[in-house]
Design a protein around this ligand. Structure first.
Ligand SMILES: [Zn+2]
Ligand SMILES: [Zn+2]
Length: 720
């Protein structure tokens, strides 16, 4: 076959089918006599269609994952060959590259290590498949992708077909009769078992999954049934206690689960114990939802009850629900320690996705070390009020008996926060007044004086200096926190709370499984009840289900709002202090200290109404815009640079707005302080004249963004 030396001689192929595979393409040898590869050129936007096609190979159905990736930016190369990449991705068949079968000596580093004590446990997924290809987005022609196939057959190192119906060369006795189970099916089956779904339902789903790989007959079904039953037994019997001594047990766990650990520092005289856990699936989610997006920290959990508290890093998934992508178990908040694990985490993610960029990092603790975040992630730090709000709310309910007093105190505390941008009176005066007015609430005042007065200035100053996160984000983090509580602090584990191995086990099995299945149910539109429960798992989402007509505002003095119950129209809930993050509702959920759907719904309505104060995150956003607006600038090149940067920022925000897919982008655009200019004409327009309206137009911003908040969630491509 002829070897082609220039890419320009290779035609671009664009098959008509919705999905296509390597069989639908003509492959050309590209390179020179010594070294050449099979290549094909396709439009870059058809890459997903190609990968989907490759996955549904009849002989070897599989999935491909990104094994390695690299990126460079346009303009970074002066001289380049015609096959130089802008983006480079190495896709590998998910039955490889590791082989857990050969010789039985390699420890399976699965997401979960099954505690079988049986070294000959059969490998279920990784079969050393060598099938892999590269997708290069071309530097010289970014609209094109060069596909390079290294190994098109699904064979192992010895050259034997290693999965799919054609694999007759089984590993181990009797193995050829055992249906292969790829990672995804195994994960799904385990997740279902962990969540306590009845065995027959698990089996049904399991058989559905493996049929894709090995057809269906009585034999297959009976083997599948044995497999599911066995897995159930293993999980039931599996224990967190690998050793009686907790520390030894953790060391063993670490040794066996290297792939799920991004940082480990054993405790010693000089070092504190730090264990950073991130499974491969969590890593993928972090890259998928964290790139050019937000990461949030639920900074501490279990400080009183667990041996070591832990911090969770969260991303916001396609429904803007908080998804845990890493857990850090440690008691150390020292700057040096935080820096170390943050750096490891980011390095790990960048080894898979070199271009990974985090847009913002949400913290919830005013005492948190901010420097490591700025140094490592190189992004702005935002502050979420959820923790302080929740803690005030819970303690008020706990320590004050009358609801009138409860809601009034919360409102007053809220006013303290709302006054951070130059409100009326001094802080000490306001605190003095508060303690005077509620002097008879001794239980609460004792708590407040002891816990908050000494540090309230620090908290308020963090809120003032850092941009504030939205109520949706706060609600999502809180929903995660509440779920943790339910999972970890149910009464059956009281004796285990002081063991780290128990905590690790719990996080990496049950909690991980439940999030895995939530996402799976949503993306594959299966397990309807799991999916529905997952969608409704944040107050924000539940609030969106309440019609506007169910809300009545007290328009005269705006003291309260009423929300009619959707289930029982004879019940309505009273939301005190509407329009504020520190509103107080009398429903059961709110009485437990949670930000409830009634408050969020009322606040959504207030946000779009004249006369109500904007939410804290809006005031914070306006504050930033005002700063930008007030920057003194003479008519110099500096002004040109500022203008260029501002335009870049506007352009990015515009894309975000478009992405979030409001139906009436037109209205949205008109309401924004700066008029968006369409791409075509932008080059002719110097400075948008309506910029001048910025300071006085804060109401417009709010309506626009309130609408934005009610946007439809768009699913990202499932391949990313
Ligand atoms: Zn393969
Ligand atoms: Zn409520």
């Amino acid at each position: 076959m002829e070897i082609v030396e220039s890419l320009y001689e290779i035609p671009v192929q664009d098959p008509e089918e919705e999905e296509f595979s390597s069989a639908d393409l003509n492959w050309v040898k590209f390179g020179n006599l010594e070294h050449h590869d099979d290549v094909a050129l396709i439009p870059y936007d058809r890459v997903d269609a190609f990968i989907l096609g490759e996955c549904s190979n009849v002989e070897c159905p599989t999935r491909f994952h990104i094994e390695r990736g690299r990126k460079r930016s346009l303009g970074s190369l002066k001289d380049f060959k015609d096959d130089e990449y802008l983006e480079y991705r190495l896709y590998w068949c998910s039955f490889g590259p590791e082989n857990y079968g050969e010789g039985g000596g390699i420890l399976p580093s699965r997401r979960y290590r099954l505690n079988t004590r049986n070294r000959a446990a059969r490998p279920q997924s990784m079969r050393g498949c060598t099938c892999n290809f590269v997708v290069k987005r071309l530097y010289a022609r970014p609209s094109l992708a060069l596909l390079i196939y290294h190994e098109r057959r699904h064979v192992n190192k010895s050259g034997f077909v290693c999965h799919g119906p054609l694999d007759r060369d089984a590993i181990g006795p009797g193995a050829k009769k055992i249906p292969y189970i790829c990672n995804e099916i195994q994960q799904r089956t385990m997740s279902m078992i962990y969540l306590g779904i009845p065995e027959e339902n698990v089996l049904e789903k399991h058989i559905e999954g493996i049929q894709r790989y090995c057809g269906s007959d009585a034999k297959v079904n009976s083997l599948a049934s044995q497999y599911v039953h066995k897995l159930g037994m293993i999980i039931k019997r599996s224990t967190h206690e690998l050793d009686l001594d907790d520390q030894a047990s953790i060391r063993m766990w670490v040794e066996r689960n290297k792939k799920s650990i991004f940082f480990y520092q054993d405790s010693s005289e000089t070092d504190s114990f730090i264990l950073g856990i991130q499974t491969e699936w969590q890593l993928q989610q972090m890259i998928r939802f964290g790139h050019r997006n937000l990461i949030a920290a639920d900074s501490t959990f279990g400080i009183k009850r667990l041996k070591y508290p832990f911090c969770t890093l969260l991303v916001f998934d396609s429904r803007q629900h908080a998804l845990p992508v890493a857990w850090v178990i440690t008691r150390s908040f020292a700057k040096a320690d935080v820096s170390k694990w943050m750096k490891s985490l980011l390095d790990r993610a960048r080894s898979v996705e070199p271009g990974l960029k985090i847009s913002g990092f949400l913290i919830d603790d005013a005492a948190a070390e901010i420097d490591p975040i700025r140094d490592v992630f190189g992004c702005p730090v935002l502050f979420s009020l959820w923790r302080v709000r929740r803690s005030w709310h819970r303690n008020i309910v706990k320590r004050c008996s009358s609801i009138e007093v409860q809601r009034e105190i919360l409102k007053r505390l809220g006013t303290l926060v709302y006054n951070i941008w130059g409100g009326i009176g001094s802080l000490s005066g306001a605190l003095e007044e508060l303690t005077q007015d509620f002097v008879d609430q001794t239980a609460f005042m004792e708590y407040f004086k002891g816990r908050w007065i000494p540090k309230i200035e620090m908290w308020l100053s963090a809120m003032k200096t850092l941009p504030l996160a939205s109520q949706e984000a706060s609600g999502a983090i809180e929903a995660y926190h509440v779920k943790l509580k339910v999972k970890l602090f149910d009464d059956s584990h009281l004796g285990a709370l002081q063991r780290v191995d128990w905590l690790v086990h719990k996080l990496t099995t049950e909690l991980h499984s439940s999030y895995w299945l939530d996402r799976y149910a949503d993306e594959c539109d299966s397990f309807q009840s799991v999916k529905e429960e997952y969608i409704a798992s944040t107050s924000w989402h539940r609030a969106l289900q309440i019609p506007d007509s169910a809300v009545t505002l007290d328009d005269n003095d705006r003291l309260f709002a009423k929300v009619l119950s959707q289930k029982d129209s004879s019940i309505s809930h009273l939301v005190w202090n509407p329009g504020s993050e520190f509103a107080f509702c009398d429903c059961a959920w709110s009485m437990q200290g949670n930000l409830c759907k009634h408050i969020l719904k009322v606040n959504m309505i207030c946000d779009s109404k004249q006369g109500h104060q904007p939410s804290l995150s809006f005031q914070s956003f306006n504050d930033i815009l005002m700063h930008l607006w007030q920057k003194p600038m003479d008519d110099s090149v500096g002004l040109d640079q500022s203008m260029a940067w501002t335009y870049q920022m506007l352009d990015q925000i515009q894309k975000l707005v478009e992405l979030n897919g409001s139906k009436d982008i037109g209205t949205l655009v008109n309401n924004l302080p700066t008029r968006w200019v369409s791409k075509k004409s932008r080059t002719h327009v110097g400075k948008p004249s309506s910029t001048a309206a910025l300071p006085s137009n804060s109401n417009g911003t709010r309506t626009a963004a309130a609408r934005k908040k009610n946007r439809k969630r768009k699913r990202l491509s499932r391949l990313r």
